[in-house]
Ligand binder design. Structure first.
Ligand code: PLP
Length: 222
């Protein structure tokens, strides 16, 4: 897809979203020219799955956008991750939370984080199991250098996007339950779910961050 087309796809998608919904452009594998085009189209948040790939793109794009970590974060990458990212959407264990907190303490930063839910309970996927999220949030909520601000989920992949709806709905229910629990230091603001094929369903089910790649940039190259 050429740059003009990316720019206009972004603008078109943004104008179709309810104003409270934030778009995170899922930019894995894209070139600097492609990501620049998305920024010209109005992208304000860029999501990356790997710290190193984000670092390379940060060299080009810098602080024109906010940077979200949307892939599984390895603890040994926490130092670099906290220097770059404005939000980590994929906290899924106490040990990872503690590593992020410690690295943030070193640089005097308070990191907004989301908890990744393994809503499909898939063995090969990261994320915390739905029944474990409340205990996790309670345990990490006292950490001084991070703020839990919501939940993120991928959900299982189906050819028919409608089949993901129950997993998105269940994640929204968890989100509401955590809001009602009023855990100190926790503000449930963001629910990040929905990708190219599922974002409309996700918004119907309560998402206010959608993470979209293919629909903006075209199919990913191998
Ligand atoms: C790639 C990716 C997306 C976007 O997927 P598309 O189908 O290309 O829109 C969203 N979230 C995560 C975590 C991703 O890795």
């Amino acid at each position: 897809m050429n740059e003009r087309e990316i720019e206009s796809r972004v603008a078109e998608l943004l104008s179709s979203l309810p104003e409270y919904v934030m778009l995170a452009a899922a930019a894995k594998t894209r070139t600097p020219q492609e990501v620049q085009a998305a920024v010209r189209g109005g992208v304000k948040i860029v999501g990356y799955n790997y710290v190193q790939e984000a670092e390379r793109m940060y060299e080009v794009i810098g602080n024109q956008v906010k940077w979200h970590m949307i892939g599984h974060l390895q603890r040994n990458k926490a130092k670099h991750a906290v220097e770059l990212f404005d939000m980590i959407e994929t906290i899924d264990s106490v040990r990872l939370a503690e590593a992020v907190d410690r690295r943030c303490a070193n640089i005097g930063k308070v990191m907004p984080v989301l908890i990744e839910i393994n809503s499909g309970r898939e063995a090969n996927k990261s994320g915390v199991m739905p029944e474990e999220v409340e205990a996790l949030v309670k345990e990490i909520s006292p950490l001084k250098h991070m703020r839990v601000q919501g939940l993120m989920t991928m959900g299982p992949f189906f050819d028919d996007p409608e089949k993901t709806r129950p997993y998105l709905k269940a994640t929204k229910e968890l989100f509401d339950r955590l809001s009602e629990a009023q855990i100190e230091n926790v503000q449930m603001r963001y629910l990040s779910m929905g990708m190219s094929d599922t974002y409309e369903i996700a918004i119907e089910e309560g998402a206010n961050i959608v993470r979209i790649g293919t629909r903006l940039f075209g199919e990913r190259p191998y």
